[in-house]
Design a binder for this molecule. Structure first.
Ligand code: HEC
Length: 139
């Protein structure tokens, strides 16, 4: 009798352990699946190679030389002086440039960009910020 009880409680414990194990496995699988893709930032961010394609795709409809006037966006991104102005932290808010604060959707006076569209991916934001931190070179 004693032996049978021990066997039964052993299998219950084993069953619980297995159940818990697969539950944990399921959780860690779900977490891994939902984790954001890692951003492999290049050592040197290139304006031509990395930044410009993001701007052309997400911003030029309102900020290209051709479109900025009709869109009242007040910022022609193809004008180097204007680009340096809006990427300069000293010309932004609390030493955060309008370029970075706007794409991060910072509060406190920034305009969320791209206007009326989805926020850029975290990797695109990190790329642009790294380029701005490097002084927005025309490289
Ligand atoms: C659908 C139009 C539209 C798109 C797309 C757009 N913008 Fe703008 N942007 C505007 C307008 C309009 C303004 C003028 C300020 C305002 O009215 O909000 C502006 C202003 C700005 C300014 C000037 C600073 C300021 O706060 O006034 C920056 C910097 C800026 N946008 C960055 C971007 C970036 C970076 C993208 C792309 C990721 C982008 N914008 C996409 C319409 C747009």
């Amino acid at each position: 009798m004693k032996n049978r009880t021990t066997l039964a409680s052993r299998s219950i414990i084993l069953g619980m352990a297995l159940g818990l194990g697969s539950l944990l496995a399921a959780c860690s699988y779900t977490n891994a699946y939902e984790a954001p893709a890692p951003c492999n930032l290049p050592t040197t961010v290139s304006y031509q190679m990395h930044v410009l394609p993001i701007l052309t795709k997400n911003c030029y409809s309102c900020h290209s030389a051709q479109n900025y006037k009709s869109q009242n966006s007040l910022f022609n991104m193809e004008n180097r002086a204007e680009m340096l102005n809006y990427t300069n932290p000293a010309n932004g808010i609390n030493n955060v440039s309008f370029m970075v604060g706007n794409i991060r959707h910072d509060s406190g006076g920034f305009q969320p960009m791209p206007k009326d569209a989805d926020k850029l991916s975290e990797c695109d934001i990190a790329l642009i910020k790294a380029w701005v931190d490097a002084g927005a070179p025309n490289n």
